[in-house]
Design a binder for this molecule. Structure first.
Ligand SMILES: Cc1cc2nc3c(=O)[nH]c(=O)nc-3n(C[C@H](O)[C@H](O)[C@H](O)COP(=O)(O)OP(=O)(O)OC[C@H]3O[C@@H](n4cnc5c(N)ncnc54)[C@H](O)[C@@H]3O)c2cc1C
Length: 458
């Protein structure tokens, strides 16, 4: 680092009164990647660990003055390279801004961006309220990251994704201006709807520095159904039938490869020979939960389930959901990963699951699948050995093939993880050139120098 760089960094550090600046190369390593190590990740100039809105504004003004690219970062649990560094960037680390306050009467949580999703849930629960969006990473991901990716999760099949809960946002633009969008009202149509533009914008339009989130009453304990199928297609067909008749609060699918990963990782009594497992829950009020669980069980039997188990014991239900959550760590230990999260209209789910199996067989790569099945949102994770050059090439082909498959089935290249850097080249095929051009025009208004998260999404 030359004297000129040191000079401008001193200027940056001077505005961080509560926060601090990280410049040592070894320490910066922790801010280069999101959850999926990227061999092409850049080397940041510095990371600013900010603690207040004023510090964020200072950093963005500084970066604009010196034409330094910025990468906003929450907890770095993203799976699409959205928080991956570019060379010479400033990583803006927001995970120390964690304040949460609850207004139980208005049913609104006012939250700083670095608060963990679980912390918002716990703060709401202390008032008998609930913040529904529950990405599998809810214990480790931040609300700012959840908003920037419009995170989904397990209960979204009934309760909807993050966007459905964002009432108000405070956004700092690249030039340091602070926009206060929306408020605490449930309905608000004053002005152009700018707020939704920032939900899911992956840190490319502005930095989320505060949010007002809608809370709902705590749901009652759920009744749970587990069904074992000999094929993923049969399980997929059960999902289509359930969606036509019921409103499950969770409807997840594990394929055979995933079942075996879980059993290898932590034996949980799953049937290793099963083609697929469905886990469903109903949190309807009173006796309706048990009745809805019975209907789901009946629909699974009608779709050809070999075995169906229904439980109204909340502890057993939670243990089964934990098995679903274990699919992440269980696949992480198997090798290097290319995670995907394609989505299709629910009726195309059986076709997608079958087609992914065909890709895995044809290319001879391991592709365990878990799915937020009720949403038609499928997570095939391509597992490969980075030392095996031929396998790396096959894994890349499989990645592209699955993106194309989703589009052939009228679906999306990403249901919830975001485009990031990993899927950027496939976006045009989904949205078309006109949509891309308009999107870039909007970005140019909000970030005319293109400094916010360059190379992500657009
Ligand atoms: C085990 C596991 C399970 C997961 N399960 C799910 C799931 O079920 N559903 C789901 O949707 N995702 C899931 N994810 C992915 C990930 O956790 C989510 O994308 C999450 O929302 C990212 O939050 P984060 O705080 O880690 O953000 P980061 O990874 O730090 O950043 C993600 C993106 O948001 C931007 N960003 C972060 N903070 C801000 C901010 N304050 N302002 C502007 N931009 C910002 C970043 O630039 C980046 O583009 C999972 C990940 C793991 C590791």
């Amino acid at each position: 680092m030359g004297p000129a760089t040191t000079g401008i960094l001193d200027d940056l550090a001077a505005g961080l009164t509560g926060g601090r600046l990280v410049v040592a190369e070894a320490s910066l390593e922790a801010y280069r990647h999101d959850f999926v190590p990227d061999p092409d990740a850049g080397r940041p100039l510095a990371a600013a660990l900010v603690t207040s809105v004023e510090e964020v504004r200072h950093c963005l003004r500084w970066a604009t003055r010196h034409r330094v690219p910025m990468v906003p970062r929450g907890a770095g649990t993203g799976l699409s390279g959205g928080a991956t560094a570019v060379d010479g960037c400033l990583v803006l680390v927001l995970d120390a801004m964690t304040a949460i306050s609850i207004d139980p009467t208005a049913r609104v949580a006012t939250v700083e961006p670095g608060a963990l999703n679980i912390a918002v849930k716990e703060a709401a629960a202390a008032h008998g309220l609930h913040y529904p969006p529950d990405p599998g990473s809810f214990r480790i991901s931040t609300i700012g990251g959840n908003i920037a990716t419009n995170a989904g999760g397990l209960c979204c099949v009934k309760y909807g994704v993050t966007a459905a809960y964002v009432l108000g946002l405070d956004i700092v633009l690249a030039d340091g201006r602070l926009l206060e969008l929306g408020g605490s009202t449930i309905k608000d149509v004053a002005g152009l709807p700018l707020l939704p533009l920032f939900v899911g914008s992956e840190g490319t339009l502005g930095v989320v520095v505060g949010a007002r989130l809608r809370l709902v009453p705590q749901p009652p304990p759920a009744a749970t159904v587990v069904a074992v199928f000999s094929t993923t297609r049969a399980a997929g067909e059960a999902v289509v039938a359930i969606g036509r008749t019921c409103t499950p609060s969770l409807l997840e699918l594990l394929d055979n490869r995933t079942i075996n990963n879980v059993e290898d990782y932590r034996p949980s009594g799953l049937d290793r020979t099963a083609g697929a497992l469905l886990i469903a829950q109903s949190d309807a009020r009173g006796a309706a939960a048990a009745a809805e669980a019975e209907t789901i069980a009946e629909l699974c039997r009608a779709a050809g389930a070999d075995e169906v188990h229904v439980s109204d014991d909340p502890e057993e239900g939670e243990a089964l959901v934990e098995v679903r959550r274990m699919t992440g760590p269980a696949v992480e230990v198997r090798g290097a990963l290319l995670p995907e999260d394609v989505g299709v209209p629910v009726d195309r789910l059986p076709d997608l699951l079958t087609a992914i199996e065909a890709v895995a067989a044809e290319l001879d790569v391991e592709i365990p699948v878990v799915a937020h099945a009720g949403d038609g949102n499928v997570h095939p994770t391509i597992v490969y050995d980075p030392a095996d050059v031929a396998m790396v090439a096959r894994a890349r082909v499989a990645f592209e093939r699955i993106l194309a498959l989703a589009l052939e089935l009228d679906g999306t290249i990403t249901g919830e993880h975001g485009v990031g850097r990993a899927k950027r080249s496939a976006l045009a095929a989904q949205v078309g050139d006109d949509v891309l051009e308009v999107s870039r025009g909007i970005k140019a208004v909000l970030d005319p120098l293109g400094l916010l998260n360059p190379g992500v999404l657009l």
